[in-house]
Design a protein around this ligand. Sequence first.
Ligand SMILES: [Zn+2]
Length: 259
Amino acid sequence: MRPWKLAETNYGSVKQQQYEVAVLPFGATEPHNLHLPYSIDTIEGNLIGEKICEAAHDRGAKVVLLPTVPYGTQTNQMEFPFAMNLNPSTLGRVIADLVESLVRTGIRKVLLLNSHGGNEFKSVLRELYGRTEAHLFLCNWYTIFDDVYDEIFEKRDDHAGEMETSIALAYCPELVGRNPDGTLTADEAETAETRFEAVNRGWVGITRPWHLLTTNAGAADPHAATAEKGRRLMEVLIERLAGFLVELSESEVDERFPY
Ligand SMILES: [Zn+2]
């Protein structure tokens, strides 16, 4: 039993522990090209949550990892089967309710650990600010290693590409679809451009209709993925996020927190 993982621990143990920080991961249930499992974002939330909480706990942090929310926002993927949508407003209500449960437990520091690009939670932080006793922190973990990305990977990832497939090969290889010769069952994941230069260059944003953007839901070429690359990335994530959890755990919530 790992005392920092709520799903494994029991009330007898919880009564003995003192927790300062809760980590709440968010995943999704959606297709990822032809080769990755529908739950890969949820698996990543569990996995990264476990790795960073374990490392932080070993360094003295009073941290607890909550079960991952397995559904996310999929409004732009609904042309694919079993893209299981929770609207942004629904997810906002879920977060508010869970944060309130943590406040009732006495926890004032909460990290939302997000694995899914369709989940945009900054607006939830803004809406809850001043209305909850908890201090909310948000990490979209796939955005925090841009400075070392090209040292580890060959091609940029968007969805189900080299980065995400490398994590799967490292930590759940039995769930990665492969041909008899070992190659991925994925397609090349070519993506379409819109008819507008301003949109294609990012000057103007849209929510991308996934069935028009992609062929089989993959939005980045995964074929250069390796387990070794997945493990290297995990080291970076652990170093960056476990360190934060230790600092957060030790930090006193005073009137100038977090400054
Ligand atoms: Zn994903």
